[in-house]
Design a protein around this ligand. Structure first.
Ligand code: GLN
Length: 485
């Protein structure tokens, strides 16, 4: 069988289980494709040399009649800030260029337990700080739909590789939009779960009170399948909760999928580019026919969201990144040859410019004279947003907006202007500040460049959010072709 790389999760797992093709054949075709296509987009940092051996083991299990896991044989690409035992985890930083974790993140362990194959580690903005995947010390990742354009970030490798059909699905991390933004720019589905639904154990922390690991796939159904495996309580992460009692509650009846009240956030659509604006309204026209009630709604505090996000995120980053002194993890540089301060600045000088900027800003907003003025205020805004959203969710089942207010732009266009770059995240940071689930699904193209719709729900309403996203995805129906690479 040829072109196995085009298949979705269900087709891959069924095909392998029913012995229509082998796991080895599937992985071989994917690796061939990575070698051919990834030179153009640069989505991989490391390829897992053991993938084929793992595929052979799955085939053997199937031939011998033993049971295999629900994800048997699918290949998952992993953002390179999620720890993989025996496989380099660089965070796209020179600081960790030689770092090989001794353990698997919980999400990796759960995927492997279900017989998924980790195909490799994917490019990102250094330590997940950025919105375009241009801030990587392994070179930037290009948008598979147009190689002159950015692919979004920071999980750019995770979105570009799925769009380019170099893996069945991938994992990214989303602190302020890093799963949803590149998913939108690459025309794939990206999902950020409720805070506490997915274990962060083994995720290299950027801003631990905001971030979640989330899946990227070519369909909502694929994303659901990954979520089923990675979510739930983990004793290694005390912020995780037992999902059995929390999901699929709150008067949501799956038989009544089309009876939902949807609010379009006025503040988030009004700032959008004309082409994005039009695409959102034409998507609404399409899914309105499916019986949803739709209204414009307003979130007043949204104007403070970005400032609050960048204050909290940089503050946490400055403290989380303090551990990188090249003594516990890092590259070859013998501390004995230096006096401490010289050694420290020599090693920490290896952070890239954007990471340095965040450490400096973060240290400033936490410093004694400014703590109340910036950090505390940002925390208050966070609570205000959470509170306002809670109220809105009493009225609406779901809230929607453009995922990103602009189209993907040319490589290099915003890299020299941090404030312009930060504005990309204006619609996505809300979900992180409030801890609620949010998804980006593809809704169209303008001049060959993808546009995504963001859908948000109240906390732990993933079942409702994903079910309805699937209905919306079907009503819009654009997921038929993939970039020609
Ligand atoms: N672009 C945002 C930032 O730079 C979000 C990053 C993320 O979600 N990891 O902080």
């Amino acid at each position: 069988m040829s072109r196995l790389y085009t298949l979705n999760i269900e087709q891959v797992t069924n095909g392998i289980k029913n012995e229509e093709f082998t796991s080895e054949e599937y992985v071989s075709q994917i690796i061939e494709r990575i070698i051919k296509v990834d030179q153009k987009i640069n989505s991989f940092i490391t390829i897992n040399d053991n993938a084929l051996v793992q595929a052979q083991q799955i085939d053997k299990k199937i031939r011998s009649g033993s049971t295999v896991g629900s994800l048997a044989g699918i290949v998952v690409g992993i953002k390179d800030n999620i720890s993989t035992a025996g496989l380099k985890t660089t965070c796209a930083s020179k600081m960790l260029s030689d770092y090989v974790p001794p353990y698997d993140a919980t999400v990796i362990k759960r995927l492997k337990d279900k017989d998924a194959i980790i195909i490799g580690k994917l490019n990102l903005d250094e330590f997940a700080m950025g919105s375009t995947t241009e801030w990587s010390s392994y070179g930037l990742t290009r948008n598979p739909w147009n190689l002159d354009y950015v692919c979004g970030g920071s999980s750019g490798g995770s979105a570009a590789s799925v769009a380019a059909q170099l893996c069945t699905a991938s994992l990214g991390s989303d602190t302020g939009g890093s799963v949803r933004c590149p998913a939108s720019f690459c025309s794939v589905v990206g999902f950020k779960p409720t805070y506490g639904l997915v274990s962060r154990y083994g995720l290299v922390s950027y801003s631990n009170s905001l971030e979640q690991i989330g899946p990227i796939g070519r369909t909502v159904s694929d994303v659901k399948k990954i979520m089923e495996v990675i979510s739930g309580k983990d004793t290694n992460d005390n912020t995780t909760i037992d999902t059995r009692n929390n999901i699929n509650t709150n008067n949501y009846d799956p038989e009544q999928k089309n009876n939902q009240k949807i609010g379009l956030l006025r503040e988030l659509i009004n700032g959008a580019d004309e082409s994005v604006y039009q695409c959102i309204y034409s998507a609404i026209d399409k899914f309105n026919k499916f019986g949803f009630t739709y209204e414009e709604s307003s979130l007043k505090s949204s104007e403070y969201a970005l400032a609050s996000y960048y204050t909290i995120a940089t503050a946490e980053a400055s403290s989380n990144l303090a551990r990188f002194d090249n003594i516990r993890y890092g590259f070859e540089l013998n501390p004995d040859d230096y006096e401490w301060n010289t050694y420290f600045s020599k090693t920490r000088g290896n952070f890239g410019d954007e990471v340095k900027r965040r450490i400096i800003v973060g240290s400033f907003v936490l410093s004694s004279g400014y703590y109340g003025k910036y950090y505390l205020k940002a925390q208050r805004v966070k609570n205000l947003i959470k509170h306002e959203l809670k109220k809105l969710f009493k009225e609406y089942d779901l809230l929607i907006s453009p995922t990103v207010p602009v189209l993907p732009f040319k490589i290099g266009e915003k890299i020299d202007d941090p404030l312009k770059m930060y504005l990309i995240d204006i619609n996505t940071v809300l979900a992180n500040l409030a801890g609620i689930p949010a998804i980006s699904i593809p809704i169209g193209f303008k001049n060959g460049l993808p546009i995504g719709l963001q859908i948000m729900a109240d906390e732990f309403q993933e079942k409702k959010l994903l079910d309805i996203s699937e209905v919306i995805e079907k009503s819009i129906n654009i997921n038929t072709s993939y970039p020609d690479l």
